[in-house]
Ligand binder design. Structure first.
Ligand SMILES: NC(=O)C1=CN([C@@H]2O[C@H](COP(=O)(O)OP(=O)(O)OC[C@H]3O[C@@H](n4cnc5c(N)ncnc54)[C@H](OP(=O)(O)O)[C@@H]3O)[C@@H](O)[C@H]2O)C=CC1
Ligand SMILES: O=C(O)C1=N[C@H](C(=O)O)C[C@H](O)C1
Length: 265
């Protein structure tokens, strides 16, 4: 499968180039960066710390998408909605790892999915998607006397909060409880907040250093607490998941898929 990496000079972009080069069944067909980026013209392999791959980074996605079969996209919301239109025009697979997407952005992805096979997840790792399954089960088994609180920590450069993973885990907890997350989500607490409302799902965000991604979901009940956690140690887990998603989606029909589909969970 011929794959393009967009945002090639990003933390995830460089990881994705390595994952494509190392995986069986795919080759790097292109690498895209923003116009004006210092990476334009460089070899994608060299950029990712590998021997040269003979693929120069360019800022023109159109001809690159036209010659490819899939795109791996861990960039930013405005870029991702633009790439979704182009991927739909080219009828190629679009793997979306970008987080911080608004409802409006998600509607644009849903529209593009009429023509493209899109796999989107706030976290492409096997571990987090397994944890989400556990959270759904625990939330379904416990009543509202167990308060659900989600804590995440990421590196100091992360720009969106709560993280895509925290929201994915919150969705899983809400699903288990049979409620809608927007109805019970509490993402900020400051000052005189009053007592906790029964049934709320709380989010707390920590930022600092080089943390790849830590998440925990706590169920705090009368006299006992259950905590389910995941600690990402290496961004390679997300990149390998993205390549797996692209290969999985290649023979599928257009539509919007998630990592639970890819992993068969
Ligand atoms: N779902 C998952 O499993 C994971 C998701 N993520 C998400 O992936 C996204 C990227 O994370 P990360 O790699 O750390 O961030 P970075 O900022 O390091 O990388 C993003 C890259 O995309 C580039 N970019 C932005 N806009 C465009 C554009 N229009 N055309 C081409 N390139 C563009 C940026 O360029 P510039 O710097 O010039 O803006 C940058 O090089 C985030 O939303 C993050 O939350 C991260 C890890 C795992
Ligand atoms: O920005 C990151 O770094 C990460 N983003 C994703 C998220 O928002 O959950 C996934 C991972 O935790 C790393």
């Amino acid at each position: 499968m011929r794959l393009v990496v967009v945002g090639a000079d990003g933390r995830m972009g460089r990881m994705l180039i390595r994952a494509v080069a190392e995986a069986e069944g795919c080759t790097l067909a292109g690498a895209i960066e923003r116009p004006g980026s210092a990476a334009i013209g460089q070899d994608a392999g060299t950029l990712a710390g590998l021997p040269p791959l003979g693929v120069p980074v360019t800022d023109d996605p159109l001809p690159v998408f036209a010659a490819a079969e899939g795109v791996l996209d861990f960039t930013a919301p405005a870029a991702t909605t633009h790439f979704a239109e182009l991927a739909a025009q080219a009828r190629i697979v679009h793997v979306v790892g970008t987080t911080g997407l608004s409802e409006d952005d998600l509607a644009k992805l849903a529209a593009a999915a009429h023509h493209a096979r899109i796999v989107r997840s706030g976290n492409m790792s096997l571990g987090v998607n397994l944890v989400a399954g556990l959270v759904r089960k625990v939330a379904a088994a416990l009543g509202e006397e167990f308060d659900i609180e989600i804590v995440e920590m990421h590196h100091r450069m992360k720009v969106d909060a709560p993280s895509g993973t925290a929201l994915l885990l919150g969705e899983a907890a809400a699903e288990g409880r049979g409620v809608s997350l927007p109805d019970v989500r509490v993402s900020t607490r400051d000052g005189h907040t009053g007592a906790r409302r029964p049934g709320d799902i709380g989010f707390a965000t920590l930022r600092g250093g080089t943390v790849v991604g830590d998440h925990s979901v706590t169920f705090a009940g009368p006299g006992e607490r259950i905590t389910v956690s995941h600690h990402a140690e290496d961004r390679a887990i997300f990149a390998r998941g993205a390549v797996k998603a692209a290969l999985w989606a290649f023979p599928k029909r257009p539509g919007l898929y998630g990592m639970t589909d890819v992993l068969g969970l």
